[in-house]
Design a protein. Structure first.
Length: 265
């Protein structure tokens, strides 16, 4: 689309984004070969049960930071859930950097075509920036990003949108879908510019029905006609817990909850 610039970085340009002290000198001397090897490894790496390694690493990080907890939690829906996911606890530089990489990897693996990233206020704002940075640094895909304010600004640059002009195919990035108000607002903002919504990327798909027979993700796919990308689904979490010595005690409660409220995405 005219006016939309999507740059693909070559390995040498990508090298300039980050030269961590842990990178061996040989990799810096031969960036083309090294980055190709890293890219191919990341695209194909799986663990023993066939799950993409980044999914397991995401779950491990969520458990480590207390983002994912087990017990009995009352949700807004009134249901008593055996697990709770609080993405707001990805609240350190280390966690944020890794979270951006997980989003970027899930997006790249989805093969959804897009020209820019949009983060709905408020939780989507840092997620959009982190994802855009990781797409450039880790995958050589340099795309613009923008986000909205809850209240339009009457002075300075004005308006309710901050960042790059909204145009082309726009991928919305948010944490999870509950009521989905922020995402629907973002959809309207994007549509009002004449741009197209390419899809939605979230961290966790609970694969849980709402008031009707569909899950929140399924309702979005159906009502808005867009693909929804998730770093993990409930099914991924169950696979990990089923093999865990530390968290295996929680698996039966989660399976029971899924039998009662679950859907297959």
């Amino acid at each position: 689309m005219a006016g939309t610039v999507t740059r693909t970085l070559d390995p040498v340009q990508r090298m300039s984004y980050s030269r961590a002290p842990s990178v061996p000198p040989a990799i810096i001397q031969k960036p083309c070969v090294a980055y190709l090897q890293i890219y191919l490894r990341d695209r194909t790496q799986t663990d023993t049960n066939g799950m993409r390694a980044y999914k397991k690493e995401f779950i491990d990080l969520a458990l480590e930071l207390g983002v994912l907890r087990f017990g009995e939690f009352k949700l807004k829906s009134g249901r008593a859930s055996p697990y709770f996911f609080d993405a707001g606890l990805f609240s350190t530089g280390y966690a944020a950097a890794r979270l951006g990489r997980f989003y970027a990897t899930a997006i790249v693996e989805s093969d959804v075509a897009f020209d820019m990233i949009f983060g709905p206020a408020y939780k989507g704002i840092p997620l959009a920036a982190l994802t855009a940075a990781s797409l450039a640094e880790q995958h050589g895909k340099d795309v613009p990003y923008a986000f909205n304010r809850k209240e339009a600004k009457a002075h300075g640059e004005g308006g309710s949108v901050v960042g790059a002009p909204i145009e082309g195919r726009v991928l919305i990035v948010d944490d999870v879908i509950t009521a989905g108000t922020a995402v629907r607002d973002a959809y309207q903002i994007i549509a009002a510019t004449g741009a197209d919504v390419a899809g939605l990327a979230i961290s966790l798909d609970r694969q849980e029905r709402g008031k009707g027979p569909l899950s929140a993700v399924q309702e979005f796919k159906q009502s808005l006609g867009i693909p929804v990308i998730s770093i993990i689904q409930l099914a991924d979490l169950i696979d990990i817990l089923d093999e865990s010595d530390s968290y295996g005690d929680y698996i039966e409660a989660i399976l029971s909850y899924r039998r009662k409220f679950g859907v297959i995405s």
